[in-house]
Design a protein around this ligand. Structure first.
Ligand SMILES: NC(=O)c1ccc[n+]([C@@H]2O[C@H](COP(=O)([O-])OP(=O)(O)OC[C@H]3O[C@@H](n4cnc5c(N)ncnc54)[C@H](O)[C@@H]3O)[C@@H](O)[C@H]2O)c1
Length: 245
């Protein structure tokens, strides 16, 4: 992906930072978008340290104007956007009977509306280019379940529907859309939510997952070699997905 232009949302830390970094290691220049401009700037500086161009963008994926402005800024700066990764996400745990509507709305808005707004902005840039790769970071919970977190699995299942539907619409424009479904990977998000792997016997590949495991899958789906793959879901779970509900 030498000199491809990528935009990664939520790239200030966690999986998004690893995705932005791996894409840069493989030759892409990267627009690093995050709600937190400070962490976005840090990731961008590290990418420049790899000899690639980077642009830090403050972006709230829930805000239509913010997403469209950041997309326009990336296009203006780099001249195009080839790869768009909808990675920004959040969670707010509560059992169904205790979950507030505000908790539900927060998770659905960041994870699903955010992916919709990002996909739309990406499509508007990529359609005239007649080339594009959109990768959505869903979750294994989107195919299974998430105990005490129904908003999260619902949002991630929604992202799979978004992936498949937009893949059908955009194929004729030479744009692929795929989803990566990570299993548990320790990040600030999982620490905040108090989530951990509860049963080590369910880790088929015995080591713990790393953000780079997800990033390498994204890089493949964003590569030229993946040009005949669209509308798919790729599980990156170390085998834990074999046990998930
Ligand atoms: N860590 C896991 O085990 C795991 C598993 C499956 C899926 N995922 C998904 O991977 C993605 C990244 O998760 P993570 O674990 O790295 O989380 P994280 O909380 O460590 O990082 C998320 C990043 O997104 C940014 N962000 C949050 N809300 C935003 C908004 N409204 N606009 C723009 N940026 C925003 C945050 O500032 C942060 O930099 C999420 O979509 C998450 O649901 C994570």
């Amino acid at each position: 992906m030498q000199d491809r232009i990528a935009l990664v949302t939520g790239a200030g830390r966690g999986l998004g930072k690893a995705i932005a970094t791996v894409l840069a290691q493989k030759g892409a220049h990267v627009a690093v978008a995050d709600l937190d401009p400070e962490t976005a700037g840090q990731t961008a500086a590290e990418i420049e340290g790899l000899g690639r161009k980077a642009l830090a963008l403050e972006m709230d994926v829930t805000d239509e104007a913010s997403v469209d402005q950041a997309a326009a800024a990336a296009q203006e700066h780099f001249g195009r956007v080839d790869i768009w990764v909808n990675n920004a996400g959040t969670g707010s745990r509560a059992m169904l009977h205790e979950m507030t509507a505000a908790q539900w709305d927060l998770v659905l808005t960041v994870n699903l509306r955010g992916a919709f707004l990002g996909s739309r902005a990406a499509a508007r840039i990529m359609m005239p280019q007649n080339w594009g790769r959109i990768v959505n970071i869903s979750s294994r919970a989107g195919k299974g379940s998430s105990h005490g977190h129904c908003s999260y699995s619902s949002s991630k299942a929604g992202m799979i529907g978004l992936t498949k539907s937009t893949a059908r619409e955009l194929g004729k424009h030479n744009i692929t859309v795929n989803a990566v479904l990570p299993g548990f990977i320790a990040t600030e998000l999982t620490a905040k939510l108090g989530i951990n792997i509860t049963n080590p016997e369910q880790v088929v590949l015995t080591r713990k997952g790393k953000p780079e495991d997800v990033a390498y899958a994204v890089a493949f789906l964003a590569s030229d070699e993946a040009e005949w793959i669209t509308g798919t879901t790729l599980e990156v779970t170390g085998g834990t997905g074999l046990f998930a509900g």
